[in-house]
Design a protein around this ligand. Structure first.
Ligand code: RB5
Length: 140
């Protein structure tokens, strides 16, 4: 699938490891930045990724900042975006199965690459269960 990814300076080192992982998994990555460790504002990158998902140019998005909190707050302000901050595996899987999350937020200062890679694999592989969960999403 085509996946948009974005980060701020706090997430750039983890993004640099997640992008090749996604490519090795066979996904097409649309990297919306940032591209250096210079201090930047995370809302700019959350917006760039969420717009790609909203437009349908990308099926999913991944956002990485220091904690993942700021990115998730911004992303969830966009119509049609269901962003989940998932710094552990169970939430990552459930955010897909129960919430049909289309954006994954990660905290690069909270977790290392090993766990982040497992979270990304679980999040991409998990399917939305539909049924009562769709009814609840329709109530947003
Ligand atoms: C940047 O210092 C930091 O505030 C940002 O990466 C993120 O953690 C915000 O939620």
């Amino acid at each position: 699938m085509k996946i948009a990814i974005g980060c701020d300076h706090g997430g750039i080192s983890l993004k640099a490891e997640i992008v090749p992982l996604l490519q090795e998994m066979g996904h097409v990555v649309d990297d919306k930045g940032c591209y250096s460790t210079e201090s930047v504002d995370y809302p700019d990158f959350a917006k760039a990724v969420c717009r790609q998902v909203q437009k349908g140019d990308c099926e999913r998005g991944i956002l990485i900042c220091g904690t993942g909190v700021g990115m998730s707050m911004v992303a969830n302000r966009f119509e049609g975006i269901r962003a989940g901050l998932c710094n552990e595996l169970f939430t990552a899987r459930m955010s897909r199965e129960h919430n049909d999350a289309n954006v994954l937020c990660l905290g690069a200062r909270v977790i290392g690459f090993g766990l982040a890679a497992e979270i990304v694999r679980a999040w991409i592989g998990a399917e939305f269960a539909g049924g009562r969960h769709q009814r609840r999403i329709d109530m947003f």
